[in-house]
Design a protein around this ligand. Structure first.
Ligand SMILES: Cc1ncc(COP(=O)(O)O)c(C=O)c1O
Length: 373
């Protein structure tokens, strides 16, 4: 079995970049963060004055919601299936998150839900490119325009992804994470994109008051890593292509994730695999599949196996809700191929071939077991 490759990928160029900062003695608010802002703006093809580096993406999203005018008395629509980094910053502003189900194709916030749940208090919609995959964002953007709501794009996992536009260029405000598990990383940090230089100038002042700064080491590391972003996205595409090409009969038990046509429409930041089962046996089937795959040397893990609206922070003493069928089915009936330490996207195509064979064998076992019960 090919050896697993650990993320993040660090080489001498990264070491040099961080050492350069340490030797300069300028560890915060120096030139690296400004250079990162300009280089990221160049990648997105936007005015550099629209980009602000931040301490984390959670903080970038906090600034985004402030910039969108969210506060006490206002609501923000958000998907039930995401990381709480999307929605905790809504609470920081005093606004209320209102959860929507996701659509079944790409697992992005469902535009029909956005249309149904938006009311006159809804100030913004948070759209997440879950696992780095661009979903139905153009439709969500259209509903936002029709109803006069801001679109806050959580592109935390989607650096370099693109469809009709580049990820980060759909939202009124957009945010990327630079934490160490992300497709572009500096250890910890964030990138905020605003609508125009004037709004961004105002939000920079808020970032300053709150000390939401990136360190120079993180900015230098992210700049160094940026040079290899496309190489990493290409590797992710080849390893996924190989898995899909050799999956064969495994598709009778497992569903591979979908992406929109075209190069880099997803970063494959996380590869979520759904297990076919009926509602009653969903979690048990998922757990059994994970057990068998682990036994066959396949690295699997769980990430967001529950819904945000069921978390105590979001239900104010109310019992967990019954709704969100698409999100619930996905959260309970799927797992992640690889882990944050060993993401599937960072692996070699030979590992994909080895994994595909294991999936085919496990699928056969699962079918035999379900026939004998
Ligand atoms: C979808 C999503 N939103 C927000 C965040 C928060 O990013 P950070 O860790 O940089 O604060 C994350 C990080 O994991 C995320 O995956």
């Amino acid at each position: 079995m090919p050896e697993l490759i650990r993320w993040p990928l660090i080489d001498e160029r990264d070491e040099e970049a961080v050492l350069r900062v340490l030797r300069s003695g300028n560890l915060a608010r120096g030139p690296e963060s400004g250079k990162l802002e300009r280089e990221w703006a160049e990648r997105l093809g936007i005015d550099p004055a629209r980009v602000v580096t931040t301490s984390t993406c959670t903080h970038a999203l906090h600034l985004a919601y402030i910039g969108a005018g969210c506060g006490r008395g206002s609501k923000v629509l958000a998907p039930a299936m995401t990381f709480r980094g999307t929605t905790d910053p809504i609470l920081f502003t005093g606004a209320t998150p209102v959860f929507c189900d996701i659509e079944p194709a790409y697992w992005s916030i469902d535009p029909a839900e956005v249309e149904r749940l938006a009311d006159s208090d809804t100030r913004a919609v948070a759209a997440v490119h879950l696992h780095g995959t661009i979903g139905m964002i153009e439709d969500v953007s259209q509903v936002c325009r029709d109803k006069g709501m801001a679109l806050v794009e959580d592109a935390c996992q989607a650096h370099g992804a693109m469809t009709t536009r580049k990820a980060g260029c759909f939202g009124t405000w957009s945010a990327f994470s630079l934490n160490q598990v992300k497709p572009l990383q500096g250890g910890q940090g964030g990138l905020l994109i605003g609508p125009d230089r004037f709004s961004v100038e105002a939000i920079r002042k808020v970032a300053k008051v709150r000390s939401y700064f990136i360190t120079e080491m993180a900015a230098a590391l992210a700049r160094s890593q940026l040079g290899r972003l496309h190489e990493n996205l290409d590797r992710a595409e080849s390893v996924m292509e190989r898995l899909a090409a050799e999956f064969g009969d495994a598709s009778q038990s497992f569903r591979l994730p979908s992406s929109r046509p075209g190069r880099w429409s997803t970063t494959w930041h996380k590869v979520r695999i759904a297990v076919h089962s009926d509602e009653g046996s969903r979690k048990a089937m998922r757990n059994r599949a994970m057990e068998l795959l682990t036994h066959n040397n396949v690295e699997v893990s769980l990430w967001q196996s529950g819904l945000l609206p069921d978390m105590p922070a979001y239900r104010e003493g109310e019992p967990p809700s019954e709704g969100f069928p698409v999100s619930r089915e996905l959260a309970e009936g799927s797992f992640i191929l690889g882990s944050e330490e060993f993401p599937f996207a960072a692996q070699q195509p030979e590992l994909a071939a080895f994994y595909a064979q294991a999936f085919r064998e496990v699928a056969k076992d699962l079918r035999c077991q379900s026939q004998s019960t």
